[in-house]
Write a protein that binds this ligand. Sequence first.
Ligand code: UD2
Length: 315
Amino acid sequence: MALYLVTGGAGFIGSHLTEALVKRGDRVRVLDDFSSGNMANLASLETGEHGSGAPVEILRGDIVDPDLCREAAQGVAGVLHEAAQVSVPRSVEDPVRSYAVNVTGTLNLLEGARAAGANRFLMAASSAAYGDSEELPKHEGMVPSPLSPYASGKVAGEHLLRVYASCYGMKTVALRYFNVFGPRQADDSPYTGVIAIFVRMLLDGRTPTIFGDGEQTRDFTFVDNVVEANLRALDVQDVEPGCVINVGGGERISLNDLYRAIAKELGGEPTPGYGPDRAGDVRHSLAAVEKAGRVLGYSPLVTWREGLVKTLAWY
Ligand code: UD2
């Protein structure tokens, strides 16, 4: 049994990780500023304030605060860093805040982990690192080509992990998530993932908008696959310094097909609206998952279609 720090642990992905760690017998300290996280996401778990000794301790605050990050990392065996400003368009609107959270916040946590002697550091990196490169599937050997402040901040975070591995011997793994979706993804913000947006709008009888022609593609990855990859990355012995690994479903779907699938599952075929292309968007995205298989023994557990059914069942 070990204590892990999960940043963003009250959020969508972080709460699933917290739940999985508790389920396997570990304890978790959650650091969250509750800007998008929610205690309801941790409702199935026994929680208490920081220092209470509960299986899940809650520490409230912003990772931009270095002292808080230091406090958060004390006594932990490892860090699963999920807290982020996750929206591509929001980063285009406010790059300074995006870098503050995603870059300075990551640095603060690495420093906290270093001071605490925590040797394992996992970070939610992003497939956005690949930008619009023509080559598919996108593999870890490709040179990053970020198109948005969000993407470049995530790549900067990966470099910080690499440096903490090479300078301080920390075992770091940057997991490049590909379009994660599933239960508990916020659906009340225009900045959330497209599946959550489409489902909420269709349930409310509103007409979703597809940005562009809808022929852009994404590798929509069900959250259980992300949990699986993280648990494996936490325990794997041999990681190269600065290890970067894709976490995807290995299948790509166009927005038009995604829309049709959701509408059909919900029992109708309402026509979507179409709007202009969105700034900072990449055209196609598909994960090569061979490295995840080789290094972590990972393969996707749940397809996007199965994941969609599970997600809709949650509503
Ligand atoms: C997602 C993640 C981001 C990053 C990236 C990696 C979210 C919120 N963002 O960005 O963190 O990891 O994946 O590739 O999870 N769209 C519409 N209509 C809408 C909303 C979106 O057509 O109402 C389109 C959008 O233009 C894009 C696609 O859906 O082509 C996916 O958009 P997204 O915001 O869900 O995800 P993305 O790929 O920008």
